[in-house]
Write a protein that binds this ligand. Structure first.
Ligand code: PBG
Length: 325
């Protein structure tokens, strides 16, 4: 290896053109998946207090939003539903007339060239806010899997292009895969939230999706933030069960997990820059403590550099506008 003074790394940083030539990671709007919250009603665009520029939208408003997303070149959205009624078993989750099912049908009728992904979970639909059916305080794993499979099937029947189970029950990818296959949907991919941590960074989302658990927390199914070998195990199991894309969530504080998942398995890997990551950057930017645009692009570039092929981010539209220039 040569060393200084023959080697001067600053030569390749000398001007912007040269810097661009040797740039290793290229962030693109084609990498993004835009999360959207859909609620009942008409002409509703209700701001989420803890997430500047994020809204709950009724289906008519959602359609306009999706058109804008397509125009920006963003390939996909992921939908979260706020149901009109919640009950113990989260029955609107798997109701063919549920909010997500109606939203998907409406988007598919109006818009081409947009991949519609649906989040498959119970927490937005249950009266207790937990991700599955309860016996006492316990979330029942296998019983929940049956409902998740019904939910996924009903999303796909409505026209969903990809389903994304986010519940973290054991074995749910296998049950969903089998249910889709048995019903003729062999070609619908599953993007599993494979390594999903029990994270404080989800706080603002729970306001957006109205899904805060009424008691307890999600630590009996989501992962301990201190673990990474367990994440590899989770990912391996999901791949064996039929996951086509695996996800790490959150993203920014878990770049090592993204890196190791991608290195070990090399399959399409998504990372979710979650609500808290978004809101922290937004809040600091609104206070002029940081340059918001710059930190946004830096945070997304870092997630891609770590190995993510796809990034779920509330910044998708804002970042696409900059990257399109
Ligand atoms: C569960 C789900 C959650 C998020 C995505 N899917 C919340 C949770 O596990 O409590 C969080 C996303 C975010 O914080 O942006 N349906």
């Amino acid at each position: 290896m040569r060393k200084f003074p023959e080697t001067r790394l600053r030569r390749l940083r000398y001007n912007p053109l040269i810097r661009d030539m040797v740039q290793e990671t290229d962030l693109s709007y084609r990498d993004f998946i835009y999360p959207l919250f859909v609620c009942p009603g008409e002409k509703i665009k209700k701001p989420v207090g803890s997430m500047p520029n994020v809204f709950q939208m009724s289906i008519d408003v959602l359609i306009e939003e999706c058109k804008e997303v397509v125009n920006l070149g963003i390939p996909a959205v992921i939908l979260f539903g706020i149901p009109s009624h919640k009950d113990e078993k989260g029955s609107e989750a798997y109701d063919d007339e549920g909010i997500i099912q109606r939203a998907v049908r409406a988007i598919k009728k109006e818009i081409k060239d947009l991949v519609v992904i649906t989040d498959v979970c119970m927490c937005e639909y249950t009266s207790h806010g937990h991700c599955g059916v309860l016996r006492g305080d316990e979330i029942l794993n296998d019983e929940t899997n049956e409902l998740l499979a019904k939910e996924a099937l009903s999303h796909v029947k409505a026209g969903a292009d990809i389903v994304a189970p986010s519940d973290m029950m054991d074995g749910r990818v296998a049950v969903i895969r089998k249910t889709l296959d048995d019903n003729g949907f062999q070609n619908i991919p599953i993007m599993s939230y494979a390594a999903k941590y029990a994270s404080g960074f989800y706080g603002p989302f729970r306001e957006a999706a109205e899904s805060t658990p009424k008691f307890g927390d999600r630590r009996s199914h989501q992962m301990n933030p201190a673990n990474v070998l367990e994440a590899l195990w989770e990912v391996q199991l999901d791949i064996q069960e039929g996951a086509d894309i695996v996800m790490v969530k959150p993203a920014g504080p878990y770049l090592d997990v993204i890196y190791r998942v991608k290195e070990k398995f090399g399959i399409p890997t998504a990372a979710y820059q979650v609500s808290g990551e978004y809101s922290m950057i937004k809040a600091a930017a609104l206070n002029n403590w940081i340059d918001g645009e710059r930190v946004m692009i830096e945070s997304l570039t870092a997630i891609k550099r770590a190995g993510a092929d796809l990034i779920l981010t509330y910044f998708a539209k804002e970042a696409a506008k900059i990257l399109n220039k």
